[in-house]
Design a protein around this ligand. Structure first.
Ligand SMILES: Cc1cc2nc3c(=O)[nH]c(=O)nc-3n(C[C@H](O)[C@H](O)[C@H](O)COP(=O)(O)OP(=O)(O)OC[C@H]3O[C@@H](n4cnc5c(N)ncnc54)[C@H](O)[C@@H]3O)c2cc1C
Length: 398
């Protein structure tokens, strides 16, 4: 037996004994491994799981959202307890197009995931949540920690975050965010999320405001850009965001939280094949939707596949998901190359305005990474978006 501590232990992760050998070692307690741990707790309560996180608590600092309702009851059972907000509809705005979609939009924060994980591990025999400790080496059945200790297990799942995704700059783009969760002096009047408000000045690529109304006077408001370069000037993004907030006549009385990030939107690449331990998982393993940057729908399917049986057979169970995601990637990669290589930054918004004229069910399937062949044809067919470099586009589509 080895004993570990959490850096600043919250109540549920105080001094804890850690077995020498686990069925599952999950490295990185973000969205993907967080969901996997919760799925294991529910479906494999006899599993001995070690979840390792370098931060003081699991989950990091995010608000994760998803479109629609997952048809799989197990997916709903995993997500529903985490969801803090569910809106019945969502809206997008572009110059010349305003559309309200009757697709639900649901979200939860890192706080919700952290609380669920702390509860799950508080009373899980043989399992442990280990925070404030970094993994320095991740091998097939052993993980070395930054205090020099080594933990061993049957299956290691490495989900240390998006920065581990290797992308080729020439073919890829980036999604950059700066967001503030704030309280306003007066009610904002929004009843549902504004997923994309691209009526704001375009800058650094396709730029839009993302607004989640958490309460009558509380909003998460985010300046988002789909850009060719990955540099993020946090001070500049913040100033740009605050000027948009002011332009709406909103006066901030309290800043509750700020978040920012850069996500690769690859134009090529693969999902790491889950053939054997350690499995490269999460955004860093390529388990994502390249054209939206959303990874939650895939994370849920991954978590449920891992938790559907014993650790030893998890790679075999993940094979079907890997095949399904892999066959959908080339189309999404091509869309990214079309966006980032065939449009001047100020024209990119036309691509999304055109997309949002499509049927609602097509849009919902697109976000869930479940587009049908007909959807794919409908996305590409028709008059091309304004500003396209036709020669380059035809070369990419050839
Ligand atoms: C601002 C922002 C908003 C997003 N919103 C959405 C959304 O609404 N919907 C959606 O589907 N996707 C969203 N995404 C995209 C994606 O789903 C998230 O990035 C998601 O958090 C990726 O999950 P992950 O588990 O791969 O990585 P992360 O959630 O980043 O988790 C990785 C974890 O590993 C830990 N770690 C790293 N190195 C080590 C180490 N050596 N040892 C131990 N721990 C380590 C990190 O501290 C972190 O907690 C968003 C991304 C960002 C940046």
């Amino acid at each position: 037996m080895v004993v570990f501590t959490c850096a600043k232990p919250p109540k549920s992760t105080t001094l804890r004994s850690v077995n020498d050998s686990y069925t599952h070692i999950l490295v990185g307690a973000g969205l993907h491994n967080g969901l996997t741990a919760l799925a294991l707790r529910r479906h494999q309560p006899g599993a001995r799981v070690l979840l390792i996180e370098r931060g003081p608590r699991p989950g990091g600092n995010h608000t994760w959202c998803f479109h629609g309702v997952d048809p799989d009851p197990d997916a709903r059972a995993l997500l529903d307890p985490l969801v803090e907000h569910r809106w019945p509809r969502q809206e997008v705005r572009f110059p010349g197009l305003e559309r309200v979609l009757d697709t639900t939009y649901s979200g939860f924060t890192s706080e919700s995931l952290a609380a669920a994980l702390e509860t799950a591990f508080a009373d899980w025999p043989g399992s442990a949540l280990l925070c404030g400790v970094s993994a320095t080496a991740v091998e097939a059945h052993a993980v070395t920690l930054d205090d020099g200790r080594v933990v061993t297990g049957e299956l290691v799942i490495d989900a240390r975050g998006p920065e581990r995704l290797a992308v080729d700059d020439a073919d890829s783009g980036y999604q950059k965010f700066y967001g503030l969760d704030v309280e306003l002096e007066a009610p904002h009047g929004l009843t549902h999320p504004l997923l994309m408000d691209a009526t704001i000045p375009q800058r650094d690529g396709f730029r839009f405001l993302y607004v989640l109304p958490f309460g009558p006077r509380r909003v998460l408001v985010e300046d988002t850009r789909f850009a060719v370069t990955s540099d993020l000037d946090v001070a500049r993004m913040r100033a740009d965001l605050l000027s948009e907030v002011a332009r709406r006549g909103w006066r901030i009385t309290r800043e509750l939280r700020a978040e920012h990030g850069v996500l690769p939107m690859p134009g090529r690449g693969e999902v790491a094949p889950p053939v054997a331990s350690p499995i490269q998982a999460g955004y860093g393993g390529g388990w994502l939707h390249p054209a939206t940057g959303y990874s939650l729908p895939v994370a849920v399917r991954f978590a449920l596949a891992v938790a559907a049986g014993p650790a030893a057979s998890a790679p075999a169970r993940l094979e079907a998901l890997h095949r399904d995601v892999s066959r959908r990637l080339p189309f999404m990669h091509r869309l990214n190359r079309l966006l980032f290589q065939c449009f001047a930054p100020d024209d990119m918004w036309n691509v999304f305005a055109r997309f949002y004229k499509k049927p609602e069910s097509l849009i919902e399937r697109f976000y869930a990474l479940r587009s049908t062949p007909t959807d794919r044809t409908r996305i590409l067919l028709g008059r091309p978006p304004k500003g396209v470099n036709l020669g380059r586009a035809l070369a990419i589509l050839a």
